[in-house]
Design a protein around this ligand. Structure first.
Ligand SMILES: Cc1cc2nc3c(=O)[nH]c(=O)nc-3n(C[C@H](O)[C@H](O)[C@H](O)COP(=O)(O)OP(=O)(O)OC[C@H]3O[C@@H](n4cnc5c(N)ncnc54)[C@H](O)[C@@H]3O)c2cc1C
Ligand SMILES: NC(=O)c1ccc[n+]([C@@H]2O[C@H](COP(=O)([O-])OP(=O)(O)OC[C@H]3O[C@@H](n4cnc5c(N)ncnc54)[C@H](O)[C@@H]3O)[C@@H](O)[C@H]2O)c1
Length: 472
């Protein structure tokens, strides 16, 4: 069978766009199929609108705190229609980079339609049959619809639809206290809604360091957000959410309790592509599905839940398929950030995960940000840095909770990837006064604490004595 294209990419989101661009750069013949909007969730309903919304909400919150700085300003509730216009403007500014025109200029053929595999090396889109050498499934994930009685009837908002609101809900109940729930809850509370977060686990952000979740909760509560934890949703009546921890009256409900992969209707069975029990494409370390000619990348794999990792996976999959070049993805060093205020940023293991993996060889070193002068100057000492140390004192994880922690964590991602010790990290000069002083000072404290080891103290004392004699 002669192939029509080297690579067909299904889905033009974070993973699919990177896959198509990478293949085009290698001079591959590429067909990119998207059934909805070029740019995918990150551009239209995920990263970009949520960060734009959080930015405006942050400005409103700062204006509310103006009294702290001797100013007077009471912005009152925000005009959501105008706020959403700002959000759409951010999308509009980025959208041309992901457009079909831009990709066509790179030599990529784009087709608007629903792709469906018809065999191990063929698929169909808009009635057109395409034979491919390789394919990449990059169809992403969608908000999960929980089987909570009454939830569907309550017409819940999701991260797909919340952007269509043009008036602030008076009382907003947010179902799920993961990154989506926390970010949107804080944004709407700051804009003027009365928000309650309902989280099944015993804390917000269950994947993060408990102390980070605790600080975020404290901050949200200080901004009048009600947080119910240990509160799985039981059922919904009109205007009333019942949970194990009490009832929550609401005007609108936002369902943010997880994601589900988009694998239905793709003809994966015809292509010999197996899915896991949760519906993700089953992939190996090279991102090959159970059909070695078909790869997968991004949310659909269940091994990525971020734009940065989706892109890295996609580029690696293309190199593997088209060039036979294997690129190892270092999953140990992929940062994740919840862009609330304060931001909760992590790379690698939490303290508890490190103890589980390394037992007594794991340790943590925490520096509270009342020791970070920039945080003091900004009156933002409600943060901390934790370095997680593993065997041979290497940094195997880190959490930073602070304004701009999403920037600071990037250095620590490099440290984890390169297997640096705290001493090695401490040897890199950091600018003062910055939030990056958090990790730096934590590393310096760790490095200098090691000087307290009796053997080192004896050596230092001996050296000092020698110097006193030779340079009296
Ligand atoms: C509210 C929110 C905020 C977020 N914030 C961040 C953040 O700040 N930073 C971060 O890194 N990540 C963030 N994420 C996660 C990030 O958006 C996703 O991880 C990322 O978009 C996944 O990219 P993807 O390419 O795997 O899938 P998607 O972006 O979902 O793209 C998949 C595309 O495939 C298309 N498609 C599906 N089926 C077919 C088919 N059969 N034929 C043709 N096309 C098809 C879809 O229409 C879609 O456009 C956020 C997510 C949410 C919900
Ligand atoms: N800033 C970012 O990078 C960003 C932002 C948003 C989402 N994401 C990614 O997208 C993925 C999905 O995030 P998400 O927050 O939508 O989902 P999630 O799965 O991370 O969190 C959902 C939360 O809902 C809770 N939950 C589940 N069922 C419940 C019930 N019946 N009642 C109450 N609570 C319930 C869970 O315990 C969990 O804490 C994540 O992996 C996340 O990293 C990233």
């Amino acid at each position: 069978m002669t192939a029509d294209v080297d690579l067909v990419v299904i889905g033009a989101g974070s993973a699919g766009l990177t896959a198509a661009r990478t293949a085009a750069r290698l001079d591959g013949r590429v067909l990119l199929v998207e059934r909805d909007r070029m740019g995918g969730d990150c551009l239209w309903t995920g990263c970009v609108p949520s960060k734009a919304l959080l930015h405006v909400a942050g400005q409103v919150a700062a204006a509310r705190r103006a009294g702290d700085f001797g100013l007077t300003a009471d912005p009152g509730p925000a005009d959501l229609a105008r706020v959403m216009a700002r959000v759409r403007a951010a999308i509009a500014a980025i959208e041309p980079h992901d457009s079909a025109a831009e990709l066509t200029a790179l030599g990529i053929e784009t087709v608007h339609g629903d792709a469906r595999f018809t065999g191990p090396r063929t698929l169909e889109v808009n009635g057109r049959r395409v034979a491919f050498r390789f394919a990449i499934v990059a169809t992403g994930s969608a908000p999960a619809l929980l089987p909570v009685p009454g939830l569907a009837e309550a017409d819940p908002l999701t991260s797909d639809t919340v952007w269509e609101l043009d008036a602030l809900p008076g009382r907003l109940a947010v179902l799920g206290g993961g990154p989506t729930g926390c970010e949107l809850a804080q944004a709407f509370a700051r804009l003027g809604s009365t928000v309650t977060i309902v989280e099944a686990a015993d804390r917000l952000l269950p994947r993060e360091e408990p102390e980070g979740a605790r600080l975020l909760r404290e901050r949200l509560e200080s901004e009048q957000v009600t947080v119910l934890t240990g509160a799985p949703a039981d059922r919904v009546e009109p205007g009333l959410l019942h949970t194990a921890a009490g009832t929550v009256p609401f005007d609108r409900l936002l369902a943010a309790a997880g994601r589900t992969p988009r694998t239905a209707g793709l003809g994966l069975e015809e292509a010999g592509v197996e899915v896991t029990a949760r519906g993700h494409t089953r992939v190996d370390a090279r991102l090959r599905t159970t059909n070695p000619r078909i790869y997968a990348a991004g949310d659909v794999t269940g091994r990525s839940a971020s734009t940065h990792l989706a892109g890295v996976q996609a580029a690696a999959a293309v190199a593997d398929a088209l060039l036979g070049v294997r690129r190892r993805i270092d999953y140990r060093a992929v940062p994740s950030v919840t862009f609330t205020d304060p931001e909760v940023a992590r790379v690698g293991l939490t303290g508890a995960e490190a103890t589980e993996r390394y037992g007594a060889r794991a340790r943590t070193r925490t520096l509270r940000h009342d020791r970070v002068d920039r945080a003091v100057a900004d009156r933002r000492t409600d943060g901390f840095t934790t370095l997680v140390l593993g065997p041979r004192d290497r940094i195997v994880g880190a959490t930073v909770v602070a304004p701009r922690a999403g920037e600071t964590i990037a250095h620590l991602a490099a440290a984890v990837r390169l297997g640096w010790t705290a001493s090695r990290y401490a040897a890199t000069v950091h600018p003062y006064p910055s939030y990056a002083d958090g990790p730096w000072n934590a590393a310096i404290t760790e490095a200098t604490a090691r000087l307290d080891a009796p053997v080192l103290r004896r050596s230092v004392a001996a050296l000092l004595a020698v110097r006193r004699r030779t340079r009296p």
